[in-house]
Ligand binder design. Structure first.
Ligand code: NAD
Ligand code: UGA
Length: 475
């Protein structure tokens, strides 16, 4: 393939916000051949990025930063200069949950107000942050109120579907790219942004990052109205959260009748209309997105006159999973005060150091509130957890899984790190005071755990216990 064609036409892109989404988008836009200015108002973060640090734990991010930093990708705190230079401006700032449940759009509004003064020629402003439907109209209105002329901008929605832990792979090998734009010039510019992925030329490059599937025929690229794209993002996250809550509700029924939710999930997931992904029962979903997005979707629906009741049930089931996990621990250990509990996992899921809305952190807090002593271990999230919950006489950060289990009355598995699923069970058994394991992520086979001598509690599956040893001379 012609190398010029393979590189595609280069644009100057500004990405505002260098958090999980902004940083990944910026480095991936550089990877597909654009010139990118990644802006953040957090000076320390920008200086660290300029100095070569990698602020988040994310597979392949260090390699891509090394490849593009100082070349196709620069970091800056100067939002106005970036907006002036760029043809396309991606907004990727946070949209956290406000105290009343709606998405807090003040960070979005703050940067929109600033960039209005720099829209002297046609540019496209892109919502990359997750925002409620109709935000697009508010952004346009705010730009106008702050002096931007209609002919100089379009506001479009290009929601991001990456998952933490596999963010780069998800960005470069997406299931789909959704662009919600209401004018042709905006659609044309966004096609140019994603051209190397749309025509598949990126995947022909000898230095392309390998991914999970062959996309040389091009990615699925969907153009919609701006409102539809905004809704696609909220509806997708809410649907995935609903899928998790659904299987968690089923797992409760499995426990009541004494069967295995994993068998049920395999049976359900084999129906291609249902699909097997996101049917893992556990202690519930967490993270910086599902909890806030489910609530924000409920709230925006309510504000426009629809009571999206189903989403309340999704939240309630999710909250109850953690409570039922704590109840299981009580049933396993009788009383909790003064007990020593090992905890495996602090991140909200495996493969990331992100602890925002982490169910694991919730469990640690509950244990401390019940008067337990906790030894916790996570392969990546210890530093962030330590900043939130400093070590003291009740909480110790362990050096590895076995150190966390040492002398514990019970070991809890609360994050689905792959390495937690293949521990040396004999060594674990020897390290612990009581052979009690509560697996909030169903990483082990109950029979295998019973055979290894553990009292093994998991989610939606029967309790597995070691067979009672019959001593010589016993009746
Ligand atoms: P984050 O908190 O990690 O990063 C946001 C960044 O924006 C911060 O570094 C902050 O300093 C910066 N910022 C805030 N105001 C600014 C301003 N006025 N100018 C410049 N920088 C500013 O957030 P995140 O996890 O990257 O999420 C960003 C958005 O993307 C949210 O709407 C989120 O819902 C959405 N999203 C996140 C993920 C994810 O996996 N984290 C995936 C898809 C979508
Ligand atoms: C999720 C979505 O998967 C992304 O598509 C989306 O872009 C992102 O939110 C976002 O908008 O921020 P992420 O939060 O990184 O991505 O992580 P997921 O892999 O979706 O997991 C979310 C939570 O659900 C985790 O706590 C995980 O442990 C839990 N989960 C996931 C389950 O309990 N069971 C499952 O079967 C799957």
């Amino acid at each position: 393939m012609d190398s010029q064609l393979a590189k595609g036409p280069s644009l100057t892109i500004a990405v505002i916000g260098s958090g999980y989404v902004g940083l990944i988008a910026a480095v991936c836009f550089a990877e597909i051949g654009h010139s990118v200015i990644c802006v953040d108002s957090d000076r320390e973060k920008v200086e660290a990025l300029q100095a070569g640090e990698v602020p988040i734990y994310e597979d392949q991010l260090p390699e891509l930063l090394t490849r593009h930093r100082g070349r196709g990708l620069v970091f800056s705190t100067d939002l106005l200069a970036a907006a002036r230079k760029a043809q396309v401006i991606f907004i990727a700032v946070g949209t956290p949950q406000s105290p009343t449940g709606e998405a807090d759009l003040s960070y979005v509004e703050a940067c929109v107000r600033e960039i209005a003064s720099e829209l002297h020629e046609y540019k496209v402003v892109v919502e990359k942050s997750t925002v409620p439907v109709l935000t697009n109209q508010w952004i346009s209105r705010t730009l106008r109120f702050n002096g931007a002329k209609d002919e100089n901008f379009d506001v479009i929605s290009n929601p991001e579907f990456l998952r933490e832990g596999t963010a780069i792979e998800d960005f470069l090998y997406p299931d789909r790219i959704v662009v919600g734009a209401d004018t042709e010039p905006a659609r044309a510019l966004l096609r140019q942004v994603y051209q190397p992925l749309i025509d598949g030329s990126y995947y022909f490059r000898p230095d392309h990052l390998p991914g999970p599937r062959d996309l040389r025929a091009g990615v699925c690229y969907l153009e919609t109205s701006a409102k539809s794209a905004e809704l696609i993002k909220h509806a997708s996250n809410a649907f995935l959260a609903m899928k998790i809550s659904f299987i968690n509700a089923v797992s409760n029924i499995c426990e009541l009748v004494g069967t295995d939710v994993q068998e049920v999930a395999i049976g359900m997931g084999s129906d291609s209309r249902i699909g097997s992904r996101f049917l893992n029962a556990g202690i519930g979903y967490g993270g910086s997105c599902f909890p806030k997005d489910v609530r924000a979707f409920y709230k925006i629906a309510e504000s426009i006159g629809y009571d999206f009741d189903l989403l309340r049930a999704v939240e309630t089931i999710n909250e109850n999973q953690r409570l039922s996990f704590m109840k299981k621990l009580r049933s396993a250990l009788w009383t909790l005060k003064g007990k020593h509990i090992g905890v495996l996992g602090l991140a909200f899921k495996g493969g990331t150091d992100d602890i925002r809305e982490s169910p694991a952190i919730g469990v640690v807090k509950s244990l401390l509130a019940e008067g337990c002593r906790v030894s916790a271990y996570d392969p990546a999230a210890m530093e962030k957890a330590h900043a939130l919950l400093p070590a003291d006489e009740s909480l110790r950060y362990a050096s590895d899984e076995f150190d966390a289990a040492r002398d514990a009355h019970a070991l809890l598995v609360v994050t689905e790190w792959p390495q937690f699923a293949s521990l040396d069970l004999d060594r674990l058994h020897q390290a612990m005071r009581y052979p009690v394991i509560l697996d909030g992520r169903n990483l082990y086979d109950p029979k295998q755990m019973a055979a290894a001598g553990f009292h093994y509690y998991s989610m939606g599956r029967p309790l597995a216990e070691p067979s009672l040893r019959v001593h010589a001379g016993a009746e």
